[in-house]
Design a protein around this ligand. Structure first.
Ligand SMILES: NC(=O)c1ccc[n+]([C@@H]2O[C@H](COP(=O)([O-])OP(=O)(O)OC[C@H]3O[C@@H](n4cnc5c(N)ncnc54)[C@H](O)[C@@H]3O)[C@@H](O)[C@H]2O)c1
Length: 252
């Protein structure tokens, strides 16, 4: 997989799947912009990539703020000259696990702002730059919850179905412009986001694991491998697709 010197921007890269993805791109010799709403965690990941002889830069970005997204991409171009790969990974779950009749408006607005509007903003600004370059590659982190129904989770499901829809629609628009756009759909994957969900109910971890044919949760590094592959020329005829990484969960 040749990712050497590719300029990659990753949102939500201070933790979990984003962090593992930043590290893997760094290991492959890419120039990585590690962005997160939490600058401290973005800086920690950046320092660790650089200590392993990689090239990285930390940038604080809240993806719900269009101007901050613009600054992120402008900074990447100023620092590294271009934008080859945009990984739209930042995402949150709702605070409550309530059914639709009791889903809080606070959860709805917060989750949609980060998971859906944030991905739209990042795709829009990245595409403007990629159009100028006449090349580019976008990978959105959706979810299994964007492919099949899940209860007690309406804003999250709505946002992730939207990410899948935006991925396919934009891929259709930009295929002839040499810009590929794909999504990964992880099932339950070890991360802070999953820990928060599991802490909401005793025994939930074992229950969810028992629903996975492979009998375990995914690892962030396993999702990162798929993202890097989609970013590489090894997948160069693939666009508008979702790649499910869920240990077989979607088979049930
Ligand atoms: N972990 C899972 O089981 C799982 C499953 C499917 C999909 N996903 C998706 O994977 C992505 C990464 O999640 P994760 O599991 O690694 O969670 P995580 O909580 O470990 O990481 C998410 C990161 O996003 C950052 N972030 C939050 N709000 C932000 C904002 N407004 N702007 C910029 N950054 C922000 C957080 O600071 C954090 O570093 C999310 O889109 C999530 O929905 C996760």
């Amino acid at each position: 997989m040749d990712l050497k010197n590719k300029v990659v921007v990753i949102t939500g890269a201070g933790s979990g799947i984003g962090e593992a993805t930043a590290r893997l791109f760094g290991k492959h010799g890419a120039k990585v912009v590690v962005s997160d709403i939490n600058l401290e965690s973005a800086q920690r990941v950046t320092d660790e990539i650089m200590m392993a002889d990689g090239i990285a830069h930390a940038q604080q970005t809240d993806v719900t703020q269009f101007e901050q997204v613009q600054n992120l991409i402008f900074m990447a171009i100023e620092k590294f000259g271009q934008l080859d790969v945009m990984v739209n990974n930042a995402g949150i779950g709702g605070k409550d696990q309530a059914k639709t009749a009791h889903h809080t408006h606070e959860d709805w607005h917060n989750v949609i702002a980060v998971n859906q509007t944030g991905v739209f903003y990042c795709m829009q600004v990245a595409l403007q730059q990629m159009m100028k370059q006449k090349t580019g590659n976008i990978i959105n982190v959706a979810s299994l919850a964007g492919l099949k129904p899940s209860g007690n989770n309406l804003s999250y499901a709505a946002s992730k179905f939207a990410v899948v829809g935006m991925t396919k629609s934009a891929a259709l628009e930009y295929g002839r412009k040499n810009i590929r756009i794909n999504a990964v759909c992880p099932g339950y994957t070890e991360s802070a986001l999953l820990d928060k969900l599991l802490s909401s109910r005793e025994g939930l971890g074992e229950k969810l694991k028992s629903m996975v044919p492979m009998g375990r949760f995914g690892e962030a590094g396993e999702i990162a491998e798929a993202i890097c592959w989609l970013a590489s020329d090894n997948s160069k005829f693939i666009t508008g697709q979702t790649l499910t990484l869920d240990g077989g969960n979607s088979l049930l």
